[in-house]
Write a protein that binds this ligand. Sequence first.
Ligand SMILES: Cc1cc2nc3c(=O)[nH]c(=O)nc-3n(C[C@H](O)[C@H](O)[C@H](O)COP(=O)(O)OP(=O)(O)OC[C@H]3O[C@@H](n4cnc5c(N)ncnc54)[C@H](O)[C@@H]3O)c2cc1C
Length: 269
Amino acid sequence: MFDLCVIGGGIYGCGVAQAAAANGLSVLLVEKEELASGTSSQSTKLIHGGLRYLEQGRLKLVYEALAEREILLRIAPGLVERVWVHIPVYASSRRSRAWVGAGLALYWLLSAGRSPMRGFAPERSPVPALRREGLRWVWAYTDASTDDARLVSAVAENARRFGCEIRTHCALERAEAHKGRWKIALGDGSCVEARVLVNAAGAWIPEVAWRIAPAPPSPPVRLVQGSHLWLERPMEAFVYLESLDGRVMFVRPWRGRTLVGTTETEFSG
Ligand SMILES: Cc1cc2nc3c(=O)[nH]c(=O)nc-3n(C[C@H](O)[C@H](O)[C@H](O)COP(=O)(O)OP(=O)(O)OC[C@H]3O[C@@H](n4cnc5c(N)ncnc54)[C@H](O)[C@@H]3O)c2cc1C
């Protein structure tokens, strides 16, 4: 019998499994496909405090995310690296140079001075690809970037080293509570028992919850959908851009191509 059975091999499932295994618990992680086959390999690949959340007044969230960013930079130097991100301010931008500068100063403060910022006049812009017409200023600040799928693999590998058993291509079929433990039927035809069951199935959390009896009291899940564009032409620098409708998105180099995104809309399908 396992102390813990974790459903889902994304960054959350692997993180929970790693923390539990490192604390001496016996852990089984099951993933219905490959590790990181869900959202955790399709992100914008940033480890960031979330500059845009400052505009929503979510200071605590940004503060905590920036602290986590520093931990990851320290413990995973080959996987998480600091990058300069550039914010161009145009005559037509909704956010003024002063507004963005104030936001970056707050970001710097919340990061305890670990997100330095710089400003450039248009003629000294460090990003030649930026349109010059109407360009008023370019801000630059530091955040962090990662290979999201590799990060999941590294966390899973570490969990394994602490004795965690990981089964891929093995979905949770059904789990039933029985005399204080969970009896769990898996897609590989086996049946295991665990004291605690963790539903870390990301966007599939509701679907997995339906397979659990009695149904766990799960908080309502708000699903959001994000899209990226892949451009063949490589961008030489990270840019955080305001689109025509005021939304902000990253334009970032990634393996010889350019990743643009992300949108964020509620999903109810
Ligand atoms: C477009 C986009 C861009 C993003 N960019 C960033 C970013 O730059 N930085 C950042 O920090 N965050 C970003 N995020 C958020 C981040 O990617 C997610 O919060 C994170 O990946 C969610 O991880 P997860 O482990 O919860 O889910 P997932 O990675 O989706 O993992 C869930 C896993 O559960 C498995 N599963 C489902 N059902 C079962 C079952 N019955 N049995 C077994 N396994 C099952 C799935 O196959 C899947 O692998 C972004 C999100 C989106 C959508």
